[in-house]
Write a protein that binds this ligand. Structure first.
Ligand code: FAD
Length: 286
């Protein structure tokens, strides 16, 4: 199986993110979307991990199934909050034994009710455990507009730079203004950190859903985009078309800056992502 750090060294990557479906209907939609986007020959795909391990077995089963079916690697996301060290070690060992080479190491979010959050609090502790267990390529999360729990910009960047130095690459939360990404790279550079940072781009399909996710993740919606969103909010086709336009413009600006890769959030739907890659003329090499 290919490692993502090797792929990043050999050119600009194209990757797609999926989530584990919860129902049989969702599973059929997931499979159709994945198979459709697999035709674009992405360099890799990733599958998210439900909050506090709620999709623990589904994520693992899907990742193993996809890795058996496709020539490009699918990377599991893994969050540590809410798990014991033992639970995490078992899952990482199981990935290693299944031949998985890439893991996205995340802290996750603490339980809202303040119950016991498990043995680990931060992503860097999970990275250390992954390194103990196997020779994985490890990715980590980055927030161009700061992580919502960071007390200051300076501390956010300092901790992110330290985490990236323990990892092999970073992958960002979605954002709508290319300057946020440029500023992040510049600030990390000032701290001596030049670990590749893959921007995450979301071709949105719902206005309320995007606003909710943006508020949760600390991603700002520029005023002009907010006004354009307002004007299409009640029309699903116009919303989808706007989501594609915004994703195309942002991706083109990012590619012009020489980003190491482009990670598209698919939300388990192929149509918008296909249109974005078509309009950008992106086809991973055969
Ligand atoms: P960390 O890197 O641990 O940082 C969290 C906060 O703690 C930051 O403010 C940081 O500055 C601070 N911090 C870090 N280390 C220390 C320390 N030693 N002492 C004090 N403060 C510290 N969530 C899911 O549940 N499932 C997913 O599949 C998932 N996939 C994601 C994919 C991407 C690309 C991104 C960007 C996010 C994803 N998330 C996912 C969300 C993520 O789990 C949450 O944002 C979570 O709140 C933080 O995770 P992290 O790995 O960034 O945390």
């Amino acid at each position: 199986m290919q490692r993502i750090d090797d792929l990043l060294r050999s050119g600009t990557t194209l990757s797609f993110e999926f989530f584990p479906p919860k129902t049989d209907e969702g599973h059929a939609a997931f499979t159709a979307a994945f198979d459709d986007l697999a035709e674009l020959r992405p360099n890799f795909a990733s599958v998210t991990y439900g909050a506090l391990g709620s999709t623990r077995s589904q994520t693992e089963a899907l990742v193993n199934e996809l890795n058996a079916q496709h020539t490009f690697p699918t990377m599991p996301h893994l969050t540590c909050i809410g798990h014991t060290r033992q639970e995490l070690a078992e899952l990482i060992t199981s990935y290693r034994d299944a031949g998985v080479k890439n893991i996205l190491a995340l802290a996750g979010d603490p339980p809202a009710d303040g119950t016991d959050a498990g043995d680990f609090v931060y992503a860097d502790e999970l990275i250390a455990l992954i390194r103990e267990i196997g020779d994985f390529c490890v990715g980590v999360a980055a927030f161009p507009e700061l992580h919502p729990r960071s007390p200051s910009r300076e501390e956010d960047r300092r901790r992110l730079a330290a985490k990236l130095e323990l990892a092999d690459f970073g992958m960002t939360q979605f954002f709508f203004d290319v300057d946020h990404y440029a500023r992040l790279v510049e600030e990390l550079g000032e701290l001596g950190c030049d670990v590749p940072l893959i921007p995450g781009v979301m071709p949105f399909v719902s206005v309320p859903g995007t606003r909710r996710m943006a508020a949760m993740n600390g991603s700002s919606i520029p005023d002009d985009l907010n006004a354009r969103m307002e004007s299409v909010a009640s029309d699903p086709d116009a919303t989808r078309a706007l989501g594609i336009d915004v994703a195309v413009d942002l991706s083109a600006a990012l590619l012009e800056q020489g980003v190491p890769g482009l990670h598209l959030y698919t939300m388990n739907r192929a149509a918008s992502v296909r249109e974005v890659t078509d309009r950008l003329g992106l086809r991973a090499p055969a």
